[in-house]
Design a protein around this ligand. Structure first.
Ligand code: VGL
Ligand code: ZN
Length: 196
């Protein structure tokens, strides 16, 4: 059976979560097959560009002494240090110049998996009249999960594009748990090829 198509509406926005070089193969906190999100995201960018609809890209933008780094007692290797090559969006990701960039977790003492945490994203979206978000990016069980939960909490309709997200964990149960946490709160699971 063919999946239903999803018609884009003027009140939609695309939210690309943390597609940064450090999260791609070869990066310091590589998400396995993270590079596979780029092609479907580029296709969605094209659709949103055609209609001149909002495109947001979040980025992890840590100071060199960030609390999530192992040297500081955190769980992660250093990654996405502000201004570094690893924090940059990859050249293969075709972000238009008008993309609204949301930087997060910029202070040494606090981490933020959600791009809504201590950012102006909710206000920016509401100011643009956005009601529905198409979410893609990295990583499924961290920043995608927490951003989707906060988006739903803020009252947005959320579609998660399953072919345009990848997880750090390769454990199917972890991935299932993340999906259930999103769908259980009202997120819609979809594929980028359904967008029209
Ligand atoms: C992320 C781990 C650490 C993410 C950010 O973007 O999912 N994961 N920092
Ligand atoms: Zn981080």
């Amino acid at each position: 059976m063919e999946a239903e198509s999803i018609e884009l509406k003027p009140s939609d926005a695309l939210l690309i979560v943390d597609v940064q070089s450090d999260f791609l193969p070869g990066g310091s906190l590589a998400v396995p097959r993270g590079n596979e999100v780029i092609a479907p995201i580029n296709e969605m960018i094209r659709l949103f560009e055609e209609r001149n609809m909002p495109i947001f890209a979040s980025r992890d933008w840590h100071p060199p002494n960030h609390c999530s780094f192992r040297e500081q007692g955190g769980p992660w290797p250093p990654h996405c240090i502000a201004q570094s090559a690893g924090a940059a969006f990859p050249r293969t990701l075709k972000l238009p110049a008008r993309t609204r960039v949301v930087s997060k977790a910029m202070r040494p003492e606090s981490d933020a998996y959600s791009c809504f945490e201590k950012t102006a994203l909710t206000d920016q979206l509401k100011a643009l009249g956005v009601r529905r978000l198409f979410v893609a990016g990295l990583a499924t069980e961290y920043c995608v999960l927490n951003s989707v939960i906060d988006a739903l909490q803020a009252g947005f309709h959320v579609l998660v594009l399953e072919d345009a997200i990848r997880a750090i964990s390769q454990n199917e149960d972890d991935i299932k748990r993340a999906r259930h946490a999103m769908v259980g709160r009202g997120a819609i699971w979809a594929r980028s090829s359904q967008l029209r």
